[in-house]
Ligand binder design. Structure first.
Ligand code: CP
Ligand code: NVA
Length: 313
């Protein structure tokens, strides 16, 4: 099986890969997933090592990267930010130079996106963003793959995101115009996605001819939704704002009432972990139209494809 080629050294945000590269990755991922289910394994990353730096908690990202590289014949190292020397002030630049001499790729989950960029600039091996305050590209690539499994023609799809204009929203917003999909994002006033990301996404949408709606009006966003997506109101690192956010976001939740305003076909998405009863109700996240656990599973398959493409050049 041919490993898809990508030009970029690192995967820090959706636009690091081109549209063509992403669709090739999707086709490769479909084959990896299908073959794994038939019991067929590939050792494309035989003896390769992935260092994983975590400065925030994780279930899906950690487990899917660890299992993914093992399935491909490689190894992973879990490095908690508190345990390695960056927790005591060693610079990311020095950490990057040192790790590059030991391992074949680095995944980082951290706070400011600039930290992930500094790590990438100073490492000679590929760096993968496993979530920063600004982006969560492995998640959104997985989300678009999950949609691709159902609908290969993106041009007629309306993706609607309700809630906080956070890292997940920013990544979805960059991905939709890049891949040729319409996107609407409804947030409370003052919680819109990052303004630079909005203008970058609008630039891409002008070329791809896709629609972007950023609004504070949920009803305007949900009409004609094919996929409705939400994420927590309080992201990691914002815990002190939790009570304030609960009040501000109260109306920005996916519940059965909101689902009545969406077309019947509308699928429900969430990157997880969910705060059931806050941004999404249990009857909705557990309903027939929910694909949240498909999204979670697909993290494994997509990240295997990302690692192969970046690590086998
Ligand atoms: N969706 C996601 O990244 O989950 P974790 O925080 O559990 O890794
Ligand atoms: N926006 C959430 C996503 C978790 C996967 C956070 O940053 O905590």
């Amino acid at each position: 099986m041919k490993i898809p080629k990508v030009k970029a050294k690192d995967f820090l945000k959706m636009t690091d890969f081109s549209k063509e590269e992403i669709f090739e990755l999707f086709e490769f991922t479909l084959r990896l997933k299908r073959d794994l289910k038939k019991g067929r394994h590939y050792d494309f990353l035989n003896k390769k090592t992935l260092a994983m730096i975590f400065e925030k908690n994780s279930t899906r990202t950690r487990v899917s990267f660890e299992v993914g590289i093992q399935q491909l014949g490689g190894f992973s190292l879990f490095l908690s930010g508190n345990d390695i020397q960056i927790g005591r002030g060693e610079s990311l630049a020095d950490t990057a130079r040192v790790l590059s001499r030991y391992v074949d790729a680095i995944m980082i989950r951290t706070f400011s996106h600039e930290k992930a960029m500094a790590l990438a600039e100073n490492s000679s091996v590929p760096v993968i963003n496993g979530l920063t305050d600004t982006y969560h590209p492995c998640q959104s690539l997985t989300d678009y793959f999950t949609i691709y499994e159902e609908k290969s023609d993106f041009s007629k799809i309306n993706l609607v995101y309700i809630g906080d204009g956070n890292n997940v929203a920013n990544s979805l917003l960059l991905g939709a115009p890049l891949l040729g999909m319409n996107i609407a994002i409804a947030t409370p006033k003052g919680y819109e996605p990052d303004s630079e990301v909005i203008s970058h996404a609008r630039d891409i949408s002008k070329k791809s001819g896709t629609g972007i709606l950023i609004t504070n009006n949920i009803d305007e966003a949900v009409q004609d939704a094919d996929y409705i997506y939400t994420d927590v109101w309080t992201s990691m690192g914002q815990e002190k704002e939790s009570e304030k956010r609960k009040k501000i976001f109260k109306k920005f939740k996916i519940n059965s009432e909101l689902m009545k305003k969406c077309p019947e076909r509308c699928r429900i998405m969430h990157c997880l972990p969910a705060h059931r009863g806050e941004e999404i109700d249990s009857d909705v996240i557990d309903s027939e139209n929910s694909i949240v656990f498909e999204q979670a599973e697909n993290r494994l398959h997509i990240q295997k494809a990302i690692m192969c493409s970046l690590m086998m050049k």
